[in-house]
Write a protein of this length. Structure first.
Length: 279
């Protein structure tokens, strides 16, 4: 059983529980991005098992009535084992998802994995006609160049501020700097990216800024937020007509999930605490 605090952020331990959560969330007008918990595998068997689980999950989504897609982590698919392991497993999932008509997102992890992750995204997004989306982090100094490179890649880009505690040599570390970069990167996406834009943020100011950019550039966007964080805002935004997606992890590795999030950055623990208190 998942403890009550953890259950605010995890949609159960099984695919069935995750799909039930998706159905309930859909009732509030919010779509769901399902992520099977698991990361930083060092054995190919573990990466292969999660790849198989994702292939089954996209079939389950296709057979259900839920509005849902999936998001995978590179280290879950074996990037720590080898670049080829990750790319092969990622391709296998995208192939199954394409057949099922289910969209696939790829998360972005620490900066050491950025090049391999973006290479895989570009290759698969072009091959599968935009059925893939990629998360990009504004706190990295390289992101402006990455967005220029990805401008004509089909699919979707999810822009987030970035949760990993990277060194100042490669990342902006001051909150004000990250906010400034996020705004600039967001405008770049609205102005230049040929695919679709996802605003991955709980910051009301950034969502309002995206709305302003929509008016300026005549482009729609979707909003993505984590399960358990600003739930009322998710429902309110959906009721206002915004396309809202909730990122909902599930699986039996929920304890290590919380441990890693807290260990990566102390702000993550405070963020979770505020979410529990404020709803």
């Amino acid at each position: 059983m998942i403890p009550p605090i953890a259950s605010n952020f995890v949609a159960g331990e099984s695919p069935a529980a995750a799909l039930d959560h998706a159905a309930r969330t859909n009732d509030d007008g919010v779509n769901v991005i399902l992520n099977l918990l698991g990361e930083h595998y060092e054995e190919p068997e573990n990466a292969a098992a999660d790849t198989k689980a994702y292939r089954a999950l996209v079939r389950d989504i296709a057979d259900s009535d839920v509005d849902a897609c999936i998001s995978v982590k590179p280290s879950q698919l074996g990037i720590d084992i080898g670049d080829g392991v990750f790319t092969s497993n990622f391709r296998s999932i995208v192939e199954a998802a394409q057949d099922a008509g289910v969209f696939v997102w790829c998360d972005m992890e620490d900066a050491d994995t950025t090049d391999v992750t973006l290479d895989a995204f570009e290759e698969l997004a072009r091959e599968f006609d935009g059925g893939v989306g990629q998360c990009v982090q504004s706190n990295l100094r390289r992101t402006a160049d990455d967005l220029e490179r990805l401008a004509d890649v089909p699919g979707k880009i999810r822009l987030v501020k970035g949760a990993y505690d990277e060194p100042e040599s490669i990342a902006y570390t001051e909150k004000s700097e990250v906010n400034e970069r996020y705004r600039e990167d967001l405008e770049t996406l609205f102005a230049e990216y040929e695919g679709e834009v996802a605003v991955g943020s709980h910051d009301p100011q950034m969502i309002d800024y995206a709305r302003d950019l929509r008016e300026e550039y005549g482009r729609e966007f979707e909003i993505q937020m984590l399960m358990g964080v600003r739930g009322d805002a998710q429902r309110e935004l959906a009721a206002e007509g915004e396309e809202v997606w909730q990122y909902a992890p599930y699986g039996d590795k929920w304890l290590s999930y919380f441990y890693r999030r807290v260990r990566e950055r102390k702000e993550n623990a405070l963020f979770a605490l505020r979410a529990i208190v404020s709803g």
